[in-house]
Write a protein that binds this ligand. Structure first.
Ligand code: M6R
Length: 615
């Protein structure tokens, strides 16, 4: 939650920060604000409730001069989304401004203490505590604001990425992180860019440093970048080269990021398996986790921890790994796992799946597993993200930046990695025949072309969307590895079109949800060829008998379901194990078209943020 951008150097800070905030808006869009150090070394503060564009409009006629500035886009935790609670927050004398992403858990006791010392709070945020505490320590200990911030952080319990500036230090900016991400870009003109992720930085420089937990960065225009730990010991920065390309961050002619990302899937799936499999030569190799495969094979069980869409991908992974490699897999909601005192030891392997690599619950689940001695692995999309850094090893999904809040290409890339993992483990363990192995490799290689074919049905799906756009409820049904696809289809519809939807294993319907079926209820069913086809056909009949509307995803050339369903969407024939990679696409398109028709904000749905870095 919350996006942070800051700049110090020779350029004008405002346009850089504003553009950066727009890139980070996926992290929260409840309010936005900027603080700029003007020519007289005063801090000008502009804050507005709502989107970054509101701030832009508000600031248009203001003094926007400044070579040093900090900006923030907020996803509200403490305090309503209004102008006052927007960041940056200022010390009472206007000398220090600070932005924060995370949660200060002990803010209440700190606030009470500061009030006793005479501090007056303007906002309801936990962040304001940080700025007053820094100011208080600076005055009491007679130290500069960076040192005061370091000392303040030793009193703080919680998670933070912080950037602070002071009118008394026009050449300095100070940043710190614990459990919330922060990247520093080193510019070519002796300037520096700071942000929650690399997207606001990449067009200026590719040389970056990712802050580690409990690191403090002091950036001085004369002395450069210095890193310290919380105990004030100097550390050596580790500079990295960004691999991200600027085009990946733009809409490229599409109306929304979501539809662009849906259409990117032939390429993102291909990028995901490129160099990792060769059907002709008959091999598969996930370099990042190769050294841990034996451990996975011998493990008590593999435990997949994830949230939301990534959890759905994990469920597909469970079906694949258990079926192909015959290894016991459990899939856990990270938020439940971390608090339910799970039985876990050094014989377990815990795999976190996360697009952002920053999800707080997933991070905490991993940390718990690590503390119990388990091996921890990651499947992440964002290179250099926190999860990818704390895990023993992992595999990137290589889907490229996903900006739309609704996950699309990240899901299919996660499923692709899990398929590769299942195949690799099965081969190593000897639980798959050579013929089946080679068939699946060849089928996987063919998936990008088949995804292209599914994408061509977009106009047909748009017509179906027009018919159901006013529905109040929807059911999604699937069996086997299509069950997680049903869950994911329902999540997509809920989150971007605000239509209530439920995903169910098709056979479970008769244990309750069938009571919901009437002529108003659209039921989306995955009824592709495979082991459960006949069973799903029976489930469809049960719905039809109660006058429900059936929209079925079927294999090309299907006859039986076509006769029963109100609408069918065909996907190319493929091995049953790989159906999730194709069957999920029509549901993504359907949700997208419905959301557009309902006038919803597709890329930034209400109440949501792309990366959930708080509990
Ligand atoms: O970044 P992560 O994959 O860890 O995020 C987990 C969920 O917050 C995420 O998948 C969420 O459910 C999606 N935005 C839904 O489309």
């Amino acid at each position: 939650m919350c996006g942070i951008v800051a700049y110090i150097g020779k350029k004008q800070a405002y346009p850089i920060i504003l553009k950066g905030l727009k890139r980070l808006e996926y992290r929260g869009y409840d309010s936005a604000g900027i603080a700029l150090l003007d020519a007289e070394n005063s801090i000008n503060l502009y804050k507005r409730q709502g989107k970054v564009s509101n701030l832009e409009e508000f600031a248009a006629d203001k003094d926007l001069f400044g070579h040093l500035g900090i900006g923030h886009t907020r996803w509200a935790t403490h305090g309503a989304p209004n102008d006052v609670n927007a960041h940056p927050h200022m010390s009472m004398d206007g000398s220090i401004a600070l932005i924060h992403n995370g949660i200060i858990e002990n803010y209440d006791s700190l606030k009470k203490e500061l009030i006793k010392q005479g501090y007056i709070f303007q906002s309801e945020t936990d962040t304001e505590v940080l700025v007053h505490l820094t100011d208080h320590i600076s005055k009491k200990e007679n130290v500069w604001f960076g040192e005061a911030l370091r000392l303040a952080l030793s009193h703080v319990v919680g998670a933070y990425a912080i950037v602070a500036m002071s009118k008394d230090y026009p050449k300095r900016i100070v940043a710190a992180r614990k459990s919330s991400p922060l990247v520093i870009g080193v510019g070519t003109e002796g300037d520096f860019f700071l942000a929650s992720d690399a997207t606001p930085i990449v067009e200026y420089t590719k040389k970056v440093v990712y802050l580690d937990d409990e690191e403090i960065a002091i950036i001085d225009l004369d002395e450069g970048l210095k890193l310290y730990n919380i105990a004030d010991q100097e550390k050596t920065p580790f500079f990295q080269e960004l691999e991200m390309e600027l085009e990946a961050l733009e809409k490229g002619g599409y109306e929304h990021f979501m539809i662009k990302e849906i259409h990117e899937q032939p390429r993102s799936i291909h990028d995901c398996f490129r160099g990792r499999l060769n059907a002709e030569e008959g091999w598969v190799s996930l370099g990042g986790v190769r050294d841990y495969e034996q451990k996975m094979i011998q493990a008590n069980r593999l435990i997949i921890v994830a949230c939301g869409t990534s959890w759905h991908a994990g469920l597909v992974g469970e079906y694949l790994i258990e079926d192909l490699a015959r290894i016991n897999v459990e899939v856990e909601y990270a938020s439940e796992f971390r608090y339910r005192n799970p039985i876990i030891n050094e014989n377990d392997v815990v795999i976190a799946i996360s697009q952002s690599g920053e999800t707080a619950d997933t991070m905490a689940a991993l940390e718990l597993a690590k503390s119990k001695g388990a091996t921890i692995l990651g499947i992440c999309n964002v290179v250099g993200s926190s999860i990818s850094r704390i895990t023993d090893a992992g595999s990137y999904t290589h889907a490229g930046p996903e900006i739309g809040v609704a996950s699309t290409k990240a899901f299919t890339a996660q499923v692709t990695v899990l398929t590769l993992m299942a195949l690799s483990l099965a081969k190593k363990k000897g639980t798959i025949s050579e013929t089946k192995f080679r068939t699946l490799l060849a089928e996987l290689e063919a998936i990008p072309e088949k995804v292209k074919t599914v994408l061509e049905t977009s106009d047909h799906i748009e017509k179906i969307a027009a018919e159901y756009k006013d529905a109040s409820n929807a059911l999604y049904l699937g069996r086997g590895s299509s069950f997680p696809v049903a869950l994911e289809g329902a999540l997509k519809l809920k989150e971007i079109s605000y239509i209530h939807a439920e995903g169910y294993p098709a056979a479970e319907m008769k244990h309750g949800p069938i009571a919901l079926i009437d002529e108003e209820m659209p039921v989306f069913v995955i009824a592709t060829q495979g082991t459960s086809y006949e069973k799903v056909v029976s489930n469809i009949q049960e719905v039809k008998a109660r006058k429900g509307k059936i929209i079925a995803v079927v294999t090309e050339g299907d006859v039986s379901v076509k006769e029963m369903a109100d609408h069918v969407i065909e996907i190319p024939e493929c091995d049953e194990q790989l159906v999730p990679l194709l069957a999920t696409i029509p549901f993504q398109l359907l949700s997208y078209h419905i959301a557009v028709m309902r006038g919803c904000n597709v890329d930034q749905p209400r109440n949501l943020a792309k990366s959930v870095t708080v509990e």
